[in-house]
Design a protein around this ligand. Structure first.
Ligand code: BMA
Length: 388
């Protein structure tokens, strides 16, 4: 009796003092550590994240150690983004021609530097992906192929859920993805913990899993199915990021939300600038931030651009773990440009005009000089060995 009383008291005390933790009860110690580290870092500032930072830049393809961020400000981003699109087609390269083998090298290297890894997946359309040809961005069969898809008839999401005609194929895709993720191990053979943001930007209508392309309940089911599948494969090292494109209310944000047990990060993606954008994104970060706080989740602006002085100030008003800007895609006409005497200026000009949603050197410098923004060196020593 006395023993039961003591045990009950202990349980009560541990529940009272329990800290925020990852949604997965089976999470590996490394995933727990990453979650808590992200929570700690969120109190210190906002990390800078960059997609494909270690894989390519405006003027180069894969040169280990090279980074446009480092070239611009002298340090790597704190968060490095990697893309899985087309791994499901069992190719050696993703939809942007980045090699999966080289990605693994960089994931391992960056983890060793105590950098943080985040992963996206522009997965091909399960109904039209069988059409021949490479699934280039926006092409037939790509993630953006929504033309023939409607929620009631040709619904791609429904077709891969249990009972759907593409369900078995989707299981194979997930198995391929899981097998690849399992190769991301540290020197001690432990699975490297990372953030995964599948089926992103649900509130937008441009992906086959987007708004009106399936019902919100189907979307939530797809999410739960995917998370459960990866966990059952033993991938308890992953933190999952729920994500939408622009949203006007919490209610809209949560349409399709799979449930707190599946989500570690509350994130939005939002590109834009100017007063209207500033006000809208500020408002959204208020309600997503409140929700994250209430649910003890991590909060992030997982894609945005361009980095403006206004945006840098808005972010400071909120608790935001990281912001991420998209990839510096190598310029198509690189060989031609390289012949020009004013090559560097030309590249800057193209970035400003054509890739205006990406940060240029001046805005990178502004962010770097602001103590609120954290790069790799700023986080390298923070709580990397703390046990949770
Ligand atoms: C998009 C564009 C595409 C790219 C895709 C995945 O936003 O940048 O060119 O293929 O992301 O990285």
């Amino acid at each position: 009796m006395k023993q039961t009383f003591i045990l009950t008291c202990l349980l009560f005390v541990s529940v009272c003092i329990s800290k925020a933790q990852t949604a997965n009860p089976q999470a590996t110690p490394e995933a727990r550590q990453l979650f808590s580290r992200l929570m700690d870092l969120q109190k210190k500032g906002t990390m800078y994240g960059h997609q494909d930072d270690l894989m390519c830049g405006f003027t180069w393809w894969y040169q280990p150690g090279r980074s446009d961020t480092k070239d611009a400000v002298g340090d790597y981003p704190a968060i490095a983004g990697f893309e899985m699109g087309e791994i499901e087609r069992k190719g050696e390269r993703n939809l942007d021609s980045v090699s999966f083998k080289q990605m693994t090298e960089q994931v391992k290297w960056f983890h060793k530097q105590n950098g943080i890894i985040t992963v996206s997946w522009h997965v091909t359309n399960p109904i039209t992906s069988q059409y021949p040809g490479k699934k280039e961005p926006n092409g037939a069969g790509s993630a953006w192929d929504v033309k023939t898809i409607s929620a009631d008839s040709l619904n791609a999401v429904k077709s891969i859920l249990p009972g759907g005609k593409n369900h078995d194929e989707f299981d194979q895709w997930l198995t391929t993805l899981a097998n690849y993720f399992k190769t991301w191990k540290d020197d001690n053979g432990k699975l490297i913990p990372f953030i995964f943001r599948p089926f992103h930007e649900h509130s937008g209508r441009f992906f086959w899993w987007g708004d009106t392309r399936c019902t919100d309940e189907e979307y939530a089911e797809l999410w739960r199915y995917t998370v459960n599948f990866l966990r059952e494969k033993g991938l308890n090292n992953i933190l999952f990021a729920y994500n939408t494109d622009k949203v006007n209310s919490l209610e809209q944000y949560l349409r399709g939300y799979p449930g707190d047990e599946y989500v570690d990060l509350i994130t939005i993606d939002w590109y834009g600038s100017g007063q209207e954008f500033n006000e809208a994104v500020d408002k959204a970060l208020n309600f997503t931030g409140e929700y994250a706080k209430e649910k003890q989740k991590i909060h992030a602006l997982s894609e945005c651009g361009p980095i403006s002085s206004d945006l840098l100030q808005i972010i400071k008003k909120h608790d935001i773990s990281f912001l991420l800007t998209w990839r510096n895609r190598p310029l198509n006409n690189l060989a031609e440009l390289e012949k020009l005497p004013d090559f560097n200026e030309k590249v800057e000009q193209i970035i400003t005009e054509k890739y205006s949603y990406l940060p240029n050197k001046a805005t990178m410098q502004e962010m770097f000089n602001d103590k609120h923004y954290l790069f790799l060196k700023n986080i390298q020593e923070i709580n990397t060995n703390k046990k949770y």
